[in-house]
Design a binder for this molecule. Sequence first.
Ligand code: SF4
Ligand code: SF4
Length: 323
Amino acid sequence: MSMTDLRAIVEAAARSEGFEDVAIVRLEDFFAAQDGDYFSRWLDRGFAGEMNYLKGERAEKRRHPGMILEGARSAICVTLNYNTDAPRSVECRDPSCGWVSRYAWGSDYHDVLKKKLDGLLERMRSEIPGPFEARAYVDTGPILERALARQSPLGWVGKNTCLINERRGSWLFIGEILTTLEFPGNAATPAADRCGTCTRCIDACPTQAITEPRVLDATRCISYWTIEFKAEFPQEIAAGLGRHVFGCDICQDVCPWNRRAPATHLDEFQARAGLVNPPLEELAAMAEGDFREKFKNSPVRRLGFKRFQRNVRAAIANSTPES
Ligand code: SF4
Ligand code: SF4
């Protein structure tokens, strides 16, 4: 089978599964870019906070994809748009409403993407002759997914650390299939960095979490505190979280590349009722059963009821008319 055929099969299969963009990245190009070393330095600076799943052996795996799939040569990277035709999360100035990150307005992307990636893999197995190994990942696996994707036309890593595509903006989920397949020929051409002199995301971040372009100190980031941090908030942290109940989108909301970002066609990512700017008192009044029901198959459910209540309490404490 020729290299062109192999690529064509993978690309057609990815589009059949509904992925908007697909690119094949040679792992040798990922290694050459030394993003693994950059990741280690980021960890050494303590910027991962208590996200222990990023550290130790799993950090090594992120640096060396061959540790999770022996003989891995390539990564098939795909993106799926989750943008919705709804206002920016913090546009609601009514102090009684909370803010929820756009990616959590619909169904849990892990499930949606994994199903599509499994479908892609199944098509590859039925159409590509000869043995090969492959494993699909969505966020949960130890993969430096943006570092892989940035070696391709899928997008560049913006100063806000998100992958940005010139046509689609940054409201994108990334998935990948690591494989032993080789796709000889020219390397993928990385997307040009189009941030230019813009610094909107850095300037807009309410907690100065972007310490320099493309460097995010998670221990200052509202997304980290409201999603990843497990204990009660230290007082000085809680006071800086605004009305964010789950995550924060400010550094993406202000990005000019998201101004004309198209909306997704997928039902799974449409905003559920009451999740765009939810009334905080309603969230506070929810019993655990209500929480489970309202956030069934939602990323918010992963938080667990106790941490959800913690977040709502902090948001209410911060809900002054000026906030
Ligand atoms: S998600 Fe919010 S807190 Fe985190 S870097 Fe972006 S703007 Fe700052
Ligand atoms: S806001 Fe500006 S600097 Fe930040 S990611 Fe977007 S284009 Fe780049």
